[in-house]
Design a protein around this ligand. Structure first.
Ligand SMILES: Nc1ncnc2c1ncn2[C@@H]1O[C@H](COP(=O)(O)OP(=O)(O)OP(=O)(O)O)[C@@H](O)[C@H]1O
Length: 227
């Protein structure tokens, strides 16, 4: 589904080599961790998938097609088809859980009954059906993060990228978020999680890519934190 072929990324102004000759193939339906110290290149990896950055060398393919061929409208469509979850959940503070999730759907032209039903379904999937009327400030950090995940998957993206999704969470909430991401993966979504959370990577084992100074130093199909 996503293929990096000899990909390097050098940021032009600072001339930082963020990624160095990366060769990776993430297949449809995989669950993959991306681990590495701060500055190893994890966010750069995500940015290349979203075509927020272009490789300085090499090629990124999505479903077999080079991303560089996408023109502007196609790039916008591509980004809409990729769900994103960040460390900071970025919920709208004045909207309740239900409305935070529907916000993205309402502008897509989907019929009202359908977006209501889809929103209920994804809130059920993240275990927060009962919190549909709560504002972000009335929920725990972990619950807010699960609403953010619901929002990211409500348009049924084939790929979900999560950048440090448990960075602000206690161990119990982190495990809950990981379980939710795994359930989403079991429904067929390809999931890529950038994380420092060693205990989670070691507990819930999945293929793990380890980056060090922009190079892929390990690709372990059975997981395990190698730093
Ligand atoms: N927009 C940018 N311009 C210049 N250099 C950048 C830019 N973004 C990142 N870098 C540099 O590229 C390298 C990789 O950064 P990146 O953010 O991809 O790492 P990371 O593994 O996600 O780090 P963290 O875990 O701290 O988020 C770092 O040396 C960083 O300083």
């Amino acid at each position: 589904m996503i293929e990096f072929h000899h990909v390097s990324l050098e940021y032009p102004i600072t001339r930082t080599l963020a990624l160095d000759d990366l060769n990776v193939h993430v297949r449809r339906g995989e669950f993959v961790y991306l681990v590495g110290h701060s500055g190893a290149g994890k966010s750069s990896f995500m940015n290349l998938i979203l075509k927020r950055a272009l490789p300085s060398r090499g090629e990124v393919y999505f479903s077999g097609e080079p991303l560089k061929r996408y023109r502007r409208a196609r790039t916008a469509m591509h980004r809409r088809r990729i769900g994103m979850v960040f460390q900071d959940n970025q919920l709208l503070p004045h909207l309740n859980a239900f409305d935070n999730v529907t916000f993205a759907l309402r502008v897509t032209g989907v019929k009202k009954v359908e977006w209501q039903e889809r929103t209920r379904e994804v809130l059920r999937l993240v275990g927060l059906e009962h919190k549909h009327g709560a504002l972000p400030m009335q929920m725990s950090q972990g619950e807010q993060q699960r609403v953010a995940i619901a929002r990211a998957i409500v348009c049924e993206p084939p790929v979900l990228l999560a950048d440090e999704p448990t960075g602000n969470l206690d161990p119990d909430s982190s495990r809950e978020v990981l379980r939710v991401l795994q359930n989403i993966n079991l429904r067929g979504t390809t999931v890529i999680v950038a994380t420092h959370a060693r205990d989670l990577v070691e507990t819930y084992r999945h293929r793990t890519l380890t980056l060090r100074k922009g190079r892929l130093v390990r690709d372990d199909p059975y997981g395990g934190y190698a730093l």
